[in-house]
Design a protein around this ligand. Structure first.
Ligand code: DX5
Ligand code: ZN
Length: 218
């Protein structure tokens, strides 16, 4: 299980320190939520910040673009040092082209689906996908509750992936209470923001989540 702490819930006045804490606790990915105030109601960070993050960590920089027409910014995020770029199927008229552009630039290509979006959107581009990101909250904010109605879609995504080398990621409302259930559904990466950075000891929470995800239920 790849734990990807979302820096949306980190303290931006000491971002480098927060990132070092979670990475040294075992998080291999750092999840960066990019919001444009159009596709989602919130505005967050752009390539300038990604570039500075790149300078302080070797962790995989997992850039989740919650922006309209994401193709316009793929190049900028690649240049800034992204390792993976995930675009929303709902945010582009040309998902197939966008995924190809990400791959061509040497990044892992991800596609994200809002809670109400069916898996059908992926049907004809599976050969271009490295990461499928199932949103379990409506994107835009950290600290929301996990939407249980999305659980069947996670299961269907796992069977769609089958033997393919595709990471199944879930984002939104992930914590100690649902990580085992997600793992059992076939999820191979979880994004967690408030459950990690909202607690007293984010490093310890990363370790606990990793340990919990490795727990074998008899
Ligand atoms: C929501 C973002 C998430 C968010 C998750 O739009 O994509 O990555 O930071 O936050 P939590 O884990 O608090 O639900
Ligand atoms: Zn995200």
């Amino acid at each position: 299980m790849i734990i990807a702490p979302s820096i949306l819930s980190a303290n931006f006045t000491r971002l480098g320190e927060d990132i070092r804490t979670v990475v040294s606790a075992g998080a291999r990915w750092v999840h960066i939520d990019v919001m444009d105030g159009v596709f989602v109601p919130n505005i967050t960070i752009g390539p300038v910040v990604v570039k500075d993050i790149r300078a302080v960590t070797d962790a995989f920089l997992d850039c989740h673009l919650m922006i309209t027409d994401p193709e316009r910014y793929i190049e900028s995020f690649v240049e800034a040092g992204a390792d993976g770029i995930t675009v929303h199927a709902e945010a582009t008229h040309h998902l197939h082209r966008a995924l190809g552009q990400i791959r061509e630039r040497g990044c892992k290509a991800g596609v994200s689906l809002n809670p109400a979006t069916p898996l059908d959107a992926l049907a004809y581009c599976m050969d271009l996908v490295d990461v499928i990101l199932i949103m379990t909250v409506n994107p835009g904010f950290g600290g929301q509750s996990f939407i249980h109605a999305v659980t069947p879609k996670i299961k269907q995504a796992a069977s769609l992936i089958g033997d393919r080398d595709i990471i199944l990621q879930v984002d939104g409302g992930v914590d100690m209470n649902n990580i085992v259930m997600l793992r059992d559904l076939g999820v191979t990466s979880v994004v967690a923001g408030s459950s990690i950075f909202g607690c007293q000891d984010p490093g310890r929470m990363v370790k606990e989540l990793i340990k919990r995800a490795e727990t074998q239920v008899c």
